[in-house]
Design a binder for this molecule. Sequence first.
Ligand code: SF4
Length: 278
Amino acid sequence: MTTPSFQLTTLSQSSLQDYVDCAQRFKLRYLDRLSYPALETEPTLENEKHQQEGEYFHRLVQQHLIGIPAEQIARFANTPNLGRWWENFQNAKELTGLRGRDRSGLYPEATLSAPLGKYRLLAKYDLIAIENGKALIYDWKTYRRRPRDEWLSARMQTRVYRALLVNAGAHWNNGRAFEPEQIEMIYWFADFPNEPARFAYTSAQFKRDWELLTKLADEIDSAASYPLTEDRQKCLYCTYRSYCERGIRAGDMDQAEAEMEAESLFDINFEQIGEIAF
Ligand code: SF4
């Protein structure tokens, strides 16, 4: 076991998810900062393009939310995926309230952080919308499949984003921390525009989440070893599988679900951009 080269100061939903999924992946990615030795999925080019389009779609929505007219944005939605996602964004019934309102109370690409044990917990939100005493967290997903609500509910992103808004969002609530009951998280799927996943929040869930996050931060701080996951399914799409001698060829993305693990790895880039810039 080599000594980690980097002193980690921040944690995010991505790094915590990696830690929960596989402590070794966490170490390689965040402590050793090992660059990607293997491609995540096959077919490679198609997935890379999908990922880039997903990032671009986020930019288009962000530009629109800060006031660029939809007609102007539409000109840039110039691939089949982007065109479809943008049209879905424009027409989704679920987003009517967002589109038809003025921009005050909309905070696209907001970054929040708060102390968590010896670290700072950091999150970059696609959009936080404050309306009628509620704080709605929106997250845009360009997944090819609509994941199960149970899977999303257990993700670190769902836990971190809501809990951190309670602990660090007071400036949007007249200086008082939001009650968990004021918060809701909404995943909107660009390819499934009328099937968003909504997760309300309660004080009991917040307590459970923050205790878990604190426990994970303490564990990470005192970790003496970073075992490889026993769930080899998680290695199928992992970039480090050749390093860990858990296969060279990637799993085929079209192969059944193999869970949403592979798709969710695409989210990492946004988080890492946030972590580096912060
Ligand atoms: S290949 Fe498997 S064991 Fe190695 S880091 Fe990835 S998930 Fe963990």
